[in-house]
Write a protein that binds this ligand. Structure first.
Ligand code: GUN
Length: 291
């Protein structure tokens, strides 16, 4: 038997369409478009591609895009001064500083400097704390996109056994918090976890975010499990996920492909978070049930 393929690309296109409609309504109500500022330091080619596609998607959704490109040798004070300026700019609802930053810069200090209410990446410790405490804030885009795909596929997640593999601040930890808030029973596995296959074998939901190509084997899975593959690993012959797709597709009930699964969700959720930020800042109510 072969698993259903979860079409993240199609889901993301739908979300972007809904965000675009809501962004038009926001611009009318507020008398200005929602605005997203993206900061890129240096010339890392992959980051430059991400930043360009974020800018294009922002404009396509009817929002204002502010791109700030700084040279690779920018110092900490200059970068933090730009963040201060964006924090104070009323046309800017969301701020994203593209990671990774050049090694001489202190990324944690930069993220701390961002106004938590403009932190559409959800990386500020205040937003991590809000998520952990069940308070409204901003949730990192990739795990929120994964949650949307899971709810779409499974409906109510209450009581499901979920195993998240990888404990990063950007994906694993917030993913575990989101699943917990949806009343799943969550195991957060990582590089020191003993007998990972036995944990994975109990899971109705597997989220793999370890950054190791083809790491999770189909033989580990419980038949019918829903598998979300966050990995994007460049190997000879193209891109592969953290899940060995060929073996997993024979056992899982549903699985995200790489590419075309989780990847397209990240930018769509970034636009959604920016629109939510704009509504909160402008005091315009938003029915975000559809977003
Ligand atoms: N680098 C790769 N993905 C991301 C992301 O989602 N946000 C930021 N700020 N940097 C990234």
């Amino acid at each position: 038997m072969s698993a259903d393929i979860i079409d993240g690309k199609a889901f993301a296109a739908g979300l972007r369409g809904r965000v675009g409609e809501a962004a038009g309504a926001f611009a009318k109500a507020a008398g200005r478009p929602a605005g997203l500022a993206v900061v890129l330091v240096g010339e890392d080619p992959a980051s430059a591609v991400y930043v360009r596609s974020k800018g294009k998607a922002t404009v396509a959704a009817g929002m204002a895009s502010f791109e700030h490109r700084l040279p690779a040798d920018t110092d900490q004070a200059t970068l933090e001064a730009l963040v201060d300026q964006l924090n104070a700019d009323p046309a800017v609802d969301g701020i994203l500083v593209q990671l990774p930053l050049p090694r001489h810069l202190d990324a944690d200090a930069v993220l701390l400097r961002i106004d938590p209410d403009k932190d559409v990446d959800g990386f500020h410790p205040v937003n991590a704390g809000r998520l952990a405490s069940g308070l409204p804030g901003f949730v990192p885009c990739t795990p929120l996109g994964c949650l949307m795909l899971l709810r779409d596929r499974l409906g109510d997640l209450s009581g499901k056994e979920a195993v998240v593999i990888g404990r990063s601040n950007i994906v694993g930890k917030p993913m575990a918090a989101l699943l917990t808030a949806d009343s799943a029973t969550v195991t957060l596995a990582h590089s020191r976890t003993r007998d990972l296959p036995s944990h994975v074998g109990r899971a109705d939901i597997v989220v793999a975010a370890v950054g190791r190509p083809n790491f999770v084997r189909g033989e580990w899975l419980k038949p019918g499990a829903t598998v979300i593959d966050v990995g994007i690993n460049r190997v000879e012959g193209g891109l592969v996920g953290d899940v060995d797709f060929a073996s997993a597709v024979e056992v899982a009930g549903a699985i995200t492909p790489v590419p075309g699964g989780v990847g397209p969700m990240t930018i769509a959720v970034l636009l959604r978070n920016t629109l939510v930020a704009a509504h909160r800042r402008a005091g315009v109510p938003l029915d975000d049930a559809t977003l």
